[in-house]
Design a protein around this ligand. Structure first.
Ligand code: ZN
Length: 190
């Protein structure tokens, strides 16, 4: 009835698993998507951020579910574009990137490896366990008033003070170390 005869015949004539075998691997799709860097925290990948929620492969078709990080972060658009482009380069014919908003991302999802990469780049990682994602309205709290100190990523001192609410990007604020005197960025907890 439809004009899909050519494509359907070609697909059924091909031995299962031949040709696009590699491109149909869910592991390949996941590793390609997970390796996309975050434009605002370029030392971190999508995998480090913990925002890669699900990858489904059906033949050469792949669907990726991502959870945005900081709300309003323009990085999300660029990440989606990169995920699509890299999966197509890896041989997937049809790539769909979907957004999952619930549960909302928390900076607690950043992996231990991601935290090490941040500190290695001189950026203090978010403190973990500060935000327990309570149900209902979230009270506005001055984060520096509670929880452990933000340790200086350069010398490890806990004698640090916040100097600005926003760094180069909205997801970071600025600190200065009282011991070594160096200013540094810190990834905010959400
Ligand atoms: Zn220091």
């Amino acid at each position: 009835m439809s004009g899909a005869g050519v494509g359907a015949q070609a697909a059924s004539a091909a031995p299962a698993g031949a040709g696009a075998a590699e491109a149909s691997s869910p592991e390949l799709a996941r590793s390609v998507a997970a390796a996309v860097p975050d434009p605002e925290l370029p030392m971190l990948t999508v995998g480090d951020l913990g925002i890669l929620r699900e990858v489904a492969v059906d033949g050469d078709r792949v669907t990726v579910w991502l959870t945005p990080t900081y709300s309003g972060c323009p990085a999300v658009h660029e990440i989606r574009r990169q995920v699509s482009a890299r999966l197509e380069l890896a041989g997937f014919g049809e790539v769909e990137v979907r957004t999952v908003l619930s549960p909302p991302w928390s900076s607690d999802w950043i992996t231990p490896e991601g935290r090490r990469k941040l500190a290695g780049a001189g950026v203090a990682p978010p403190r973990s366990g500060l935000d327990s994602q309570p149900a209902g309205p979230v009270p506005l709290t001055l984060r520096e008033e509670r929880g452990p100190a933000v340790d200086c990523p350069l010398c490890g001192s806990a004698q640090t003070v916040r100097t600005a609410a926003f760094g180069a990007t909205a997801c970071k604020d600025l600190y200065r170390c009282r011991d070594c005197g160096e200013p540094f960025e810190h990834v905010k907890e959400i």
